[in-house]
Write a protein that binds this ligand. Sequence first.
Ligand code: AMP
Ligand code: TRP
Length: 333
Amino acid sequence: MKNVLSCVQPTGDLHLGNYFGAVQNWVRIQESYKCYYGVVDYHSMTMPYNPAQLRENTWKMAFYLLACGIKPENVFIQSQIPEHVELSWILSCTTSYGELTRMTQFKDKTDQLHETDKDAFVSLGLFAYPVLQAADILIYHADYVPVGKDQEQHLELSRNIAQRFNHQFGKEYFVHPEPLFTETPKILSPADPTRKMSKSLGEKHYINLFGEEDRIRKQIKSAVTDTGETTAGEMSAGVKNLFELLRACNSMEAHNSLMADYNAGALRYSDLKEAVANAVVGLVNPFRERLAELQADKKNVKTQVLESSAEIRKRAQQTLKEVREISGLTSGR
Ligand code: AMP
Ligand code: TRP
């Protein structure tokens, strides 16, 4: 069986965009591959953060993944497996300074920090982050990495690092991980459908996967339909997004009948919004219920995640043992 690895940063909330763009696919492919899904808390230290919040968000994200249908044995918390950091150091010595300076996400995040404070502190961790990501991937010999297009450059770097390591030590040791881009819809912000649904834009710009039904209905009801930029005869981005949501929720009957209304020039936006709200609520209600069950059994669930991390750690330790041998570090531990 081929190995799949993907990771998510513990950002606090999971929204519909994350679900349709990533997590749904992670759940599906569990049947076909040996899957490793990490909540990467070391990565979240690269931007300013609060320690108590980080720990809380890490657990929150692990619970969210389980509530969405990720199998407990496939989940790990990155900092439970410090070998990721050790491998990251070793790989950083086969990564050039120049290639890291070409990472566009580093530039974006630095700009983001400087937007609020022109003297903002930019850490070495933020700069080196793609090497840690390569370690996450290579440590489990992942063949496939399901990621969004925004991670394409980091994945390419992971492949280059693997190749260079193999070349430097004259051994085809690391596999070359391939991205697994699947057909996933891009979900737009209900409040501003010219932009991607995203947490960083603010609360009204994303629909929380574990949000209360009332709030979700309200958000969809007030979704922007006319952006004022469309030419006659062209569907506006907001309306397109609502149809996209219906399709993503697999409500094809409602989708097709409302699309027929649209084509006949008889679509009422209130009907479309009602259908979308029903579809989204129908999708997320079971997730929220499942989350409540997990939370009611918090202690056991946490123990389970720690145990699966310990189990997954054995795989990482094996890799490190081999890497230490190959790269000339002392063995015997
Ligand atoms: P982020 O935490 O924003 O980096 O998102 C993590 C992953 O969720 C991305 O790599 C995408 O695969 C997916 N994702 C995030 N936002 C959206 C969106 N608006 N539409 C579709 N997929 C998304
Ligand atoms: N960098 C990814 C993000 O910001 C998260 C991530 C860390 C990741 N390590 C990974 C994704 C390994 C895929 C594989 O979304």
